[in-house]
Design a protein around this ligand. Structure first.
Ligand SMILES: [Fe+2]
Length: 360
């Protein structure tokens, strides 16, 4: 067994100010304009700095990544700093691969990534509380067929991660909810995979506790609660980097790609249904109930009710066989802890279509 994580993690209020001590040589900062405006006032960098800013970042396509890679290559930095949510950091991670290997093909990236860090080190400053990508080994991209693909490699774990809770205080309510549901998915899935990693499990359980018991107050604007959710997101990211994810994320890849639904919203929607399926077959799921005082599926369903989070998605009936194929072939399925059949996945899809947890 092993456990991999950034070699240095800075966290807590004001921790982004340490950035000036962490960069070397020519530094390229990749961020959103508004986010960077907030961060710029907190730090003064002595190194030569160039910026790649966008007014709005979206979950990246292969073309978006290649375009960003060209910008990175034209600046040839020795430190890349990605400041933002999952879309920014994932875009930067994937473009970094092309900076290190300009001739690499997407199929190579999807199968195996060679050693990075020949040209630059990579620092992630995560400014939402959901993806955990600042500490994780993953990045998500939409391929040319419109399918979301997870790229996973230990090489993609940033060298340094910064989780400054001051940076998440201004998140809009829907971002707090959707990214929180993504993080709750990371934590519960990492705990229930078939990867028996004691460090990952410990972090995952603490993450479930921090996110589940604080997200409602965080949504209401309570700063301490928001900081706890941010820490929960960080721990969940470290957990799933090592213990992996399973069915809710596989479903989010297929459904999110087809119906253009944000990642966190789709993970959150799938989560209680998959937990209900798992509770029927696997002790790992049932043991989460000790923390919630009831089944995890029921507890998270009720939490989502209180947050006004949707339970139902209009899945077209004719899409279901194809979706089942995509989900069963997703690489994450091998980490699901029990045997899962096409019929069971289809049942979950029909239940989401009806918005009825008891159909599982
Ligand atoms: Fe996720």
């Amino acid at each position: 067994m092993q456990f991999n994580t950034p070699r240095n993690i800075r966290f807590g209020r004001g921790s982004v100010e340490k950035l000036k001590n962490l960069v070397d040589g020519k530094t390229l900062i990749i961020s959103g304009e508004n986010v960077w405006k907030n961060v710029k006032e907190l730090i003064s960098l002595d190194s030569p700095v160039v910026y790649v800013k966008r007014r709005r970042w979206k979950e990246p396509s292969e073309d978006d990544v290649k375009f960003l890679a060209q910008e990175i290559i034209s600046h040839s930095p020795s430190t890349i700093v990605a400041v933002g949510g999952g879309s920014v950091i994932d875009s930067a991670k994937l473009a970094w691969i092309f900076y290190e290997y300009p001739d690499i093909q997407w199929e190579d990236i999807y199968s195996k990534i060679s050693k990075l860090r020949r040209n630059t080190k990579f620092i992630a400053v995560e400014t939402t509380s959901g993806t955990g990508t600042g500490v994780s080994a993953a990045a998500v991209v939409t391929d040319e067929k419109g399918k979301k693909r997870g790229v996973v490699s230990l090489e993609l774990i940033p060298d340094v991660a910064i989780y400054d809770s001051n940076l998440v205080m201004g998140m809009p309510e829907n971002v707090v909810i959707y990214s929180g549901m993504d993080a709750l998915g990371h934590a519960t899935e990492a705990y229930t995979t078939n990867v028996d990693n004691i460090i990952g499990d410990t972090l995952a359980l603490k993450a479930v506790e921090l996110i589940y018991f604080n997200i409602e107050d965080s949504v209401k604007g309570d700063e301490n609660a928001r900081e706890k959710v941010h820490h929960g997101n960080m721990l969940a990211g470290m957990a799933f980097a090592n213990s992996r994810l399973h069915l809710p994320h596989a479903m989010a890849h297929a459904l999110g790609g087809r119906y253009k639904i944000e990642h966190g919203k789709m993970v959150g929607m799938a989560l209680p249904y998959v937990l209900r399926l798992g509770e029927k077959c696997c002790e790992r799921f049932a043991s989460l109930a000790r923390m919630f005082g009831k089944g995890a599926s029921q507890a998270i369903w009720e939490l989502q009710d209180r947050l006004g989070f949707p339970h139902r998605l209009r899945i077209k009936e004719e899409d279901i066989p194809l979706l089942v194929e995509e989900i069963i072939n997703d690489r994450l399925l091998k980490y699901y802890p029990c045997k899962v059949s096409k019929d069971e996945i289809s049942k979950v899809l029909y239940a989401i279509r009806e918005g009825d947890l008891d159909e599982i």
